[in-house]
Design a binder for this molecule. Structure first.
Ligand SMILES: Nc1ncnc2c1ncn2[C@@H]1O[C@H](COP(=O)(O)OP(=O)(O)OP(=O)(O)O)[C@@H](O)[C@H]1O
Ligand SMILES: [Mg+2]
Length: 330
């Protein structure tokens, strides 16, 4: 049934080391759709995924997966829910000492009472689906990166899940292999009706597979909309884009990969000294030579790559000053 939520996340907050990595996130995933979660590096995508599969718990908020509120569940009950969904980890997460077929058979051996012949047939079906039937007897070390991903996908599907989670399915793959993975995800959704939640920052892939898309930015869910909505925003002419809200301009910059926009303005406005000292949490940025010329005072020089740092006590606290190496040499 369209629009029936299969996952509901409500007001999720999760901090690491006192820093909110997810800050009141809401998201619903509907039965049969492919939901793409996108956002810059460190925006909290994988953290949100880990909360949804129950490998992390939120500090506050609720998560319902397949009709079960999972946050309060004990590990044993959680494992029952986990049997109903598949997860494709970035590396494929295969066991190196087992063949591809044994890897795919493992969840069936562990979680079902099926006999070896039936398991064998199930494994063949899953390997055929991902185009790896001829490679059933190979070990992971004998597979390419794309083949490992596909083997991981076959294993994620071993128990015929209604729901599949993917973290960066096409990261590190060549364009053709990553297009094949996209096609597999599309086939699974369209032909078998599997619901997919895909974390990615590869925009081509996102626009190929998504029914709806969700944009995270620094732990905040900026927008959840249809793919068509995001396409319109991406393709909006520059003159009209000036009328957009700050959030919409931010999403547009991300989608287009533009060098200028709210994301870069924010980075430029952050204080690089505080960032270096870890006093303030900012997205990683690459310093320009100009921004690092904060000079004056003496101290003990420390060298980090291209740049030298000078540290000086100031009123009991620390202050970092940065020089280029050429200036240090003076
Ligand atoms: N176990 C952890 N302990 C401490 N900090 C963590 C932990 N897991 C994630 N973080 C921090 O949370 C923030 C978000 O991390 P997350 O992995 O969710 O980002 P992401 O959006 O998936 O990024 P990427 O695109 O690089 O994979 C980062 O600043 C990260 O350092
Ligand atoms: Mg991640």
């Amino acid at each position: 049934m369209p629009d029936t939520p299969i996952i509901v996340c409500r007001d999720l907050v999760r901090s690491f080391d006192g820093r909110a990595v997810l800050d009141g996130v809401n998201l619903e995933v509907h039965e049969g759709e492919t939901m793409v979660i996108m956002g810059g590096s460190g925006s909290g995508k994988s953290t949100l995924l880990r909360l949804m599969i129950g490998s992390l718990r939120p500090d506050s908020g609720q998560i319902t997966v397949l009709g079960k509120e999972i946050c309060g569940l004990a590990e044993r009950e959680l494992n029952e829910v986990r049997k109903k969904f598949g997860i494709l980890f970035q590396s494929g997460a295969l066991f190196n000492s087992m063949t591809v077929a044994e890897n795919v058979a493992l969840p069936l051996r562990e979680h079902t009472e099926l006999g070896p012949e039936i398991i064998d047939i199930q494994v063949k079906i899953k390997l055929e689906l991902v185009g790896l039937r001829e490679h059933a007897d190979k070990y992971p070390a004998q597979l390419s990166g794309g083949m490992k991903k596909r083997a991981g996908l076959a294993r994620a599907m071993a128990l015929d899940p209604r729901l599949l989670f993917y973290d960066e399915p096409s990261a590190g793959l060549d364009p053709v292999t990553s297009a094949q993975i996209d096609q597999l995800i599309l086939d699974l959704t369209r032909k078998i009706g599997i619901t997919s939640v895909v974390v990615t920052h590869e925009m081509d892939s996102a626009f190929t597979i998504a029914d709806r898309m969700a944009m995270l930015d620094k732990g905040r869910m900026v927008r959840v909309e249809s793919r068509a909505w995001f396409e319109r925003l991406r393709d909006l002419p520059g003159a009209e884009a000036k009328e957009l809200s700050e959030d919409e301009r931010l999403v547009r910059q991300f989608l287009r990969g533009d060098a200028e926009g709210p994301l870069t303005e924010r980075r430029a406005a952050t204080n690089f000294e505080e960032d270096l000292l870890g006093l303030r949490d900012v997205a990683p940025s690459i310093p320009s030579i100009e921004s690092t010329r904060i000079l004056g005072g003496g101290g003990r020089p420390m060298h980090y790559g291209l740049f030298g740092l000078l540290r000086r006590k100031q009123g009991g606290g620390h202050r970092v000053q940065i020089r280029t190496r050429a200036e240090d040499a003076e």
